[in-house]
Structure formats: structure tokens, C-alpha cells
Design a protein around this ligand. Structure first.
Ligand code: NAD
Length: 465
């Protein structure tokens, strides 16, 4: 039996899930009830003390075995992901995401979190030890469903917590296939899932049996999760939306940098939290940058993800397709210049939208003020760096930002003035499992990855003597 068949349920009991490119049904996702949720949480609570008691060495071994198993099943996982999510197999897409799922699993296995001595004198000593919190909910989005689920669950499991996963209603089968691999190695009740729409997500977030919520998704939903957690006082890590700005400084060598700028923006057809979503270019380079980006956008291979060579896929769902179309139309109506794309590509499939570059767009156009989450980049002109920084910071979001230029010290000075959890220099969106990642402002709070990521799902306990 294939992995996809093993996680798909009887059509009479499930919800059809389409192939993102063709819209043909690829399988059926379960629709779980609130009674099922209660039982899943009760089972997770029962399983937690034993899982905690087996200790870090054994949990690390199990996580490394899981990472090996992800690698052994990488081809099959990548095909499920490509069909359901839409991202192509090739390029920094489905195969890359499965490899990242393996890498972050291994990293959670191998990272050490030692007790910290925070005070020591002749009179005494205080240490901070990190234990398990209990039961963690992992609520995720549809854009990088396997990778983000691993970000949430692998550190949680490593710290001795049990986990309930609520996948996005748009990409449940990818996540269930990943969890099937995890569960080949885990005791019963340690890692379960509750599948359904936003209502079951809300019921999970407010459930009295929870100790922590790892949430990745939109800022609006993040606000609802905070309200829900008022009931259970669950600790929160919130990785929310982004509207990352990039600033190209005078003297930047576009011939070297333009591909990095393009992929910083168009990775996963723009459907990435920390993609470059607004580009501010110094007037001395503006026309050159717009022309080169337009060339790349026109030439990039877009199409069905299973066909070799394609690097961009469709929008994942109709709602996102409608949002992207509306933001481009709004910019056009305000007199912006669409220099590449700007229209759907129905010959490729119902939800394809051409890679689009929009120049001479107003700062208050929705394409600039809202998260487009699609293959569309607005390029804005500036003449004064102070003005560019003010405009880049003029958003409620604060996830990432980037500075592009020849002088690293000058770029770092600009980076210090940008309101973002990560500022990249001459790159955008690069992630490393050892480097903490998280947002500022309405992009959320808490950090994932590495030691910080283990602390986020650990219970700090001070021991003083
Ligand atoms: P979304 O907020 O619509 O949904 C995310 C998840 O929350 C889904 O599983 C959904 O069912 C669930 N949900 C919805 N309402 C809920 C509620 N009231 N209580 C509990 N759960 C609820 O987000 P999306 O459209 O799936 O994802 C796109 C968004 O995610 C973008 O804004 C993107 O920037 C953001 N994102 C952020 C990061 C990050 O690391 N900061 C990473 C990826 C995506």
C-alpha cells in the first residue's frame, strides 16, 4: 500500500483533497469530531509521563531513526507534497522540503540543552533546568506543511512532551504521511493528529488539556489563538504573517544579486512567510532592477510540479488565488506599471498565476500594505536611505527583512534599523536549524530552532541551594 493510500480514508467518511495543479481528487482526509479531540488529548496525557521518563538519549535515538526513515521515503513524500501543495519536485521545492523535514528532525535529536548556572557565589547557587511541559498542540499552515510540522513537533517530542497535530485543512494528507513515518517509531499516544477545519483548530487551542500551542499561520488566526488560550493558559509560540521588505543600496552589483532577490521573493510561488514581499531599490539602480526582475519572471519555468524542470507551481487554493488577483488589480487601478505577468495562466491549470513584477506602485496600494502570499513582487523607488527605512518599517508585520549592497558594514547599519526578527544581507529567507527564527510586532512571538527552540517547548525550573 502506498503512503498516500495508507493515510487517505474511505470517501464516505472523508473530505476530498484536490491536486493543487489539476484539481483532481488525490485522496480523502478524515473529519474529526470534538469527541475525537477529547480522546486524543486524554491519550496524549496518559502517554506523556512514560515518554518523558525514557529520557533524552533514547528520544534522540528515536528521532534520528525517524530522520533516516524520512530519507528512505523521501521520493514518495515529495510526490504527495507536490501534488497536494502544488510546489514542484525540482528546485527549492518539494524534494527540498522533505530534506528539510529530515534535517530539522535530526537537529532536534542532536541539539543539547544543558542546565544553566545563572547565579553562583560563596552563599549559594541557582540553576535553570528544562523539563517537559506536557501536551503540545501543533497547528500549522498549508505553505510548507511538512517542514513546519517538523519545526513544531520534533523539538516538542525531544523535550519529552506528547503532541497533537492539527494540519491545515488544505494540506492534511502531506502532514498525515509525515506523521505516519514518525509513528512507525513512537509509542502509541505520543504523536496524534486531529484533522478538520478551523473549528476543530479553535477547539484544540482552547482545550483544557493543553500546556503549549505551537502555532504557525496568519496574524488574524494568531489573535484568535491568544483568545482561545485564555481558557487554558497554554504557553504560545506564534509564527505569524510577514510582509518582508528588501532594500537595495546604491552600488549593489545586480548582476550578482538579482537571482537571489528573485528567489527570495518567488520561492514556493511567493507562498512563504519570510519571502521578500516589497523591494525598495535606490533610484540609481531602479530601472535596471525592474528590467532584470521582469526578465527572470518571464523566463522562469512554471507548471505542474511533477513535470521535471518546473520551478514554480500554482497558488495552493482558490482563496489565495483570489487574493493575489485582487491585489494586482488594485495596483493596476492605481496606475502601477505591470512589467511582467499580471494575469492568470489558465492554460497551465485553474490556479496558476504568472510570475509578476509591478513597478511604480503607491506605498498605500494593498499590494504593498498587505501580505500578497503569491508570485507578485512590487518594486518601489527611493532616493534617501532614511526614507527607505521608514517605509520598510511602516507595517504591523516584523518577520524578516533584507539589505542588498556591496559594503557589509553599511548593510549591517541599515539592518540594525529594520524592525524584523531576522535581517538577511545579500540573501533573503535562508534558514538554518541552529539559528533562532521568529518574528517581531504582529509577526508573532517566541523563537524556533536550535537551543532556543528546545527552550520554547521546555518547562524551566529553577533549583537553588
Ligand atoms: P491560517 O491562519 O488561515 O491557518 C493556519 C492554521 O490555523 C490552519 O490549520 C487552520 O485550520 C487553523 N485555524 C484557523 N482558525 C483557527 C482558530 N480560530 N483557532 C485555531 N486554529 C485555527 O493560515 P494559512 O492561510 O494556513 O497560512 C498562511 C499564513 O501563515 C500566512 O500569513 C503566512 O505568512 C503565515 N506563515 C507564517 C510562518 C512563520 O514562520 N512566521 C510560516 C508559514 C506561514
Amino acid at each position: 500500500m502506498t503512503l498516500l493510500d495508507s493515510v487517505s480514508v474511505d470517501p464516505r467518511a472523508g473530505r476530498p483533497i484536490p491536486d493543487a495543479a489539476t484539481r483532481e481528487t488525490i485522496g480523502y482526509a478524515p473529519v474529526h469530531s470534538s469527541a475525537y479531540l477529547d480522546e486524543a488529548i486524554a491519550a496524549a496525557r496518559r502517554a506523556q509521563p512514560t515518554w518523558d521518563a525514557i529520557g533524552h538519549v533514547e528520544r534522540s535515538r528515536i528521532l534520528n531513526d525517524i530522520a533516516d526513515d524520512i530519507r528512505a521515503n523521501a521520493d514518495e513524500l515529495a510526490v504527495i507534497l507536490s501534488r497536494e501543495q502544488g510546489k514542484p519536485l525540482d528546485g527549492p521545492n518539494a524534494r527540498f522540503e522533505v530534506a528539510a523535514a529530515e534535517l530539522w528532525t535530526r537537529n532536534a535529536a542532536d541539539t543539547r540543552l544543558e542546565p544553566e548556572i545563572v547565579f553562583e557565589s560563596e552563599d549559594g547557587r541557582a540553576e535553570v533546568h528544562y523539563g517537559a511541559l506536557g501536551v503540545v498542540a501543533a497547528i500549522g499552515p498549508w505553505n510548507w506543511p511538512m517542514m513546519i510540522t517538523v519545526w513544531q513537533i520534533a523539538p516538542s517530542l525531544r523535550m519529552g512532551n506528547t503532541v497533537i497535530v492539527k494540519p491545515s485543512e488544505y494540506t492534511p494528507l502531506s502532514v498525515l504521511a509525515l506523521l505516519a513515518i514518525y509513528n512507525r517509531h513512537l509509542p502509541s499516544g505520543v504523536l496524534t493528529s486531529v484533522v478538520g477545519d478551523r473549528e476543530i483548530g479553535a477547539a484544540l487551542a482552547a482545550h483544557s488539556g493543553l500546556d503549549k500551542i505551537m502555532f504557525t499561520g496568519s496574524t488574524d488566526t494568531g489573535r484568535r489563538i491568544i483568545e482561545g488560550s485564555a481558557h487554558n493558559l497554554a504557553r504560545l509560540t506564534l509564527e505569524l504573517g510577514g510582509n518582508d521588505a528588501g532594500i537595495v543600496l546604491p552600488g549593489a552589483d545586480l548582476s550578482q544579486l538579482i537571482e537571489g532577490i528573485f528567489w527570495g521573493s518567488f520561492l514556493n510561488s511567493g507562498q512563504t512567510c519570510a519571502n521578500l514581499k516589497r523591494l525598495y531599490v535606490h533610484e540609481s539602480l531602479y530601472d535596471e532592477a525592474v528590467a532584470e526582475l521582469a526578465t527572470l519572471a518571464t523566463e522562469v519555468a512554471m507548471g505542474n510540479g511533477l513535470q521535471p524542470g518546473n520551478l514554480l507551481g500554482p497558488l495552493q487554493n482558490q482563496r489565495q488565488f483570489d487574493t493575489v488577483s485582487a491585489l494586482v488589480e488594485d495596483a493596476r487601478a492605481r496606475g502601477a506599471r505591470v512589467v511582467a505577468g499580471g494575469t492568470p495562466a489558465p492554460e497551465l491549470g485553474p490556479l496558476f498565476y504568472r510570475a509578476t513584477i509591478v513597478a511604480d506602485v503607491d506605498d498605500d496600494a494593498r499590494l504593498v500594505t498587505e501580505e500578497q502570499f503569491g508570485p507578485v513582487l512590487p518594486v518601489l523607488r527611493y532616493s534617501n536611505i532614511d526614507d527607505a527605512i521608514i517605509r520598510a518599517n511602516n507595517t504591523e508585520q516584523g518577520l524578516g527583512a533584507s539589505v542588498w549592497g556591496p559594503d557589509i558594514d553599511e548593510a549591517k547599519t541599515v539592518a540594525q534599523r529594520l524592525d524584523a526578527g531576522t535581517v538577511w544581507i545579500n540573501q533573503h529567507g535562508t534558514l538554518n536549524p541552529l539559528v533562532p527564527f521568529g518574528g517581531l510586532k504582529a509577526s508573532g512571538y517566541g523563537q524556533e530552532f536550535g537551543v532556543q527552540g528546545l527552550k520554547a517547548v521546555g518547562a524551566p525550573k529553577v533549583i537553588s541551594h
